[in-house]
Design a protein around this ligand. Structure first.
Ligand code: HEC
Ligand code: HEC
Length: 321
């Protein structure tokens, strides 16, 4: 580019044919070499592009938001569109799940897979804080991977437990039962508690049989836990004859539970999550390994809850296979 305003002393450099800028340091002069044309045009193009961008897209930060841009694009808007597209893609699955009674779900393996995937995601958000990332549970929070169920392990029973929870104050359909605190309420002496704890532990081969403990068990515990200690889902009473423990299987832990029974409270999700999400969660929990087929259990959960409302624990052991 020709420069008309060169400093005084500017001259044509003969060797290169280029004008000098007119400065000179110890005989060294600076050439006024013009920018290459392609560079200049690229430079102008970036300016034009920059101005167009500022007009078209959100750009200048203002007090609470940036200028909006004539195209109306925003990252939030884009996210909303993407979510809407995802929702559309899911809508068919969600609609199919909404129409499908949960007991029919196993007849549609593709829908079942979709439900399990959705349930896995919802479990991470709502359930891991208590049941653990792999649903393996911890003291007081049941492991959902095993085939030991407090309240029942078929799809319908799991769904029921998720909807209504356990021991929810005021929840009319919630699972409820109260193991007495035999020590705290002085129903049994320390010696009797120790004996019955030995009997409980003997059921899984952890202690020698204890005859007086067995008698105490028959009188005080069998109504809920069953004569053989195998539990009763009607009362959420765990199987005491297996190696799976909700509150720990050491003698001290068993004594602790008998003296001072703890009672697990599981939130009711019915009002907080939509029915399709709950169905998905039930499918996911059922898929974890302990899920039972429908034939395995006799009583429907609804009947169970109704029976419980006015329930006096009867001789148990009929629900477990
Ligand atoms: C605040 C802690 C907490 C959260 C959160 C929670 N649970 Fe539970 N859950 C429990 C407890 C405690 C029990 C045991 C209840 C009992 O002892 O009767 C339980 C029991 C269950 C059972 C019954 C297990 C059986 O053996 O019958 C299922 C199924 C279950 N939870 C699923 C879920 C799902 C699905 C979610 C997420 C939507 C969830 N839970 C969130 C605490 C929780
Ligand atoms: C009214 C019913 C009921 C009676 C009676 C009862 N239990 Fe329980 N028991 C339960 C329930 C329900 C649980 C589980 C509590 C929970 O889910 O948090 C339980 C839990 C236990 C546990 C913990 C099991 C585990 O897996 O950690 C032990 C041990 C136990 N009971 C022993 C006894 C003994 C021994 C007696 C008699 C002295 C007795 N129970 C009487 C209902 C009963």
């Amino acid at each position: 580019m020709a420069n008309d305003k060169l400093a005084a002393g500017s001259r044509l450099d003969e060797a290169t044919g280029t004008q000098t800028v007119g400065h000179e340091w110890d005989g060294i002069e600076e050439l006024d070499t013009p920018m290459p044309r392609w560079w200049l045009w690229a430079f102008y193009a970036t300016i034009v592009w920059g101005i167009a961008y500022v007009i078209a897209y959100p750009a200048w930060p203002m007090i609470d938001r940036a200028t909006e841009g004539v195209l109306g694009w925003s990252s939030r808007g884009q996210l909303a569109t993407e979510i809407a597209e995802q929702d559309k893609a899911r809508a068919a699955t969600v609609a199919a799940l909404a129409d499908m009674p949960i007991e029919k779900l196993p007849d549609d393996p593709a829908l079942m897979r979709a439900a399990v995937a959705g349930g896995r995601a919802a479990f991470k958000v709502n359930c891991v804080q208590c049941h653990g990332a792999g649903a393996a549970g911890s003291i007081g929070y049941p492991n959902l991977n095993d085939d030991d169920w407090l309240w029942g392990g078929n799809l319908k029973e799991i769904e029921y437990t998720i909807i209504h929870g356990t021991r929810q104050p005021g929840g009319k359909d919630t699972h409820t039962s109260l193991m007495p605190a035999f020590g705290r309420d002085q129903m049994l002496t320390d010696g009797q508690i120790s004996a019955v704890a030995d009997h409980v532990l003997s059921l899984s081969g952890r202690a020698k049989p204890n005859a007086s403990g067995a008698q105490i068990f028959a009188d005080n515990c069998a109504a809920c836990h069953g004569a053989d200690g195998k539990g009763d889902r009607q009362f959420g009473a765990p199987n005491l004859a297996d190696a799976i423990w909700l509150y720990g299987g050491s003698k001290a832990q068993v004594v602790q539970q008998i003296s001072n029974a703890r009672l697990g409270v599981m939130p009711a999700w019915g009002g907080r999550l939509d029915p399709v999400t709950i169905k998905m969660l039930a499918a996911y929990v059922h898929s974890l390994g302990g899920g039972e087929a429908f034939a395995a259990t006799a009583a429907a959960p609804g009947e169970t809850a109704a029976a419980q409302a006015g329930a006096v624990p009867q001789e148990a052991g009929d629900v477990r296979p």
